[in-house]
Design a protein around this ligand. Structure first.
Ligand code: FES
Ligand code: FES
Length: 155
């Protein structure tokens, strides 16, 4: 049985009619039309679906829409815009990180949450925070280079 849920996403209010157990990822992609978060594994194993919920990086594929409540959800589209990109978005372009691009949402959203909490995160702390993310194209070295570049530009 579906219910109505009011979600605050990227500063706007959206009402979705959904089964309470439906993943937030489906509401974002299918009901709200925000397709930066990707469906990768659906099991919290790859990070492609990462969004921020009240500033925490969470896996939206295993987050029931009924658990979101009043939390503020931010997706990659809410992190920055083409006119005013987040430093991580700029750095990813400058370092030409993406190959297929499928994983990029997860890396940027996870790194953005880490750097917000700990702008001076060491290389080891960054690696720890990013450890659960997967890139099947093998761009890990350039991902780390872009994150370091962004970190320096934010200092
Ligand atoms: S799709 Fe959510 S962690 Fe893989
Ligand atoms: S760029 Fe293709 S999976 Fe990461």
């Amino acid at each position: 049985m579906t219910q109505k849920f009011t979600l605050n996403v990227n500063g706007k209010t959206h009402t979705v009619d959904a089964d309470p157990d439906m993943p937030l990822l489906y509401a974002l992609r299918d009901d709200i039309g925000l397709n930066n978060p990707k469906f990768g594994c659906g099991l919290a194993q790859c990070g492609a679906c990462t969004v921020h919920m009240d500033g925490q990086a969470i896996r939206s594929c295993i987050t029931p829409v009924s658990s979101v409540g009043d939390a503020k959800v931010v997706t990659l589209a809410g992190l920055g815009t083409p006119d005013k990109p987040h430093p991580l978005q700029t750095a990813y372009v400058e370092e030409q990180v993406p190959q297929c691009g499928y994983c990029i949402n997860g890396w940027i959203m996870t790194a953005a949450a880490v750097l917000k909490k700990n702008p001076k995160a060491s290389d080891a702390e960054l690696r720890d925070a990013l450890a659960g993310l997967k890139c099947r194209c093998g761009t890990h070295v350039s991902i780390l280079r872009a994150i370091k570049r962004a970190q320096q530009s934010m200092a």
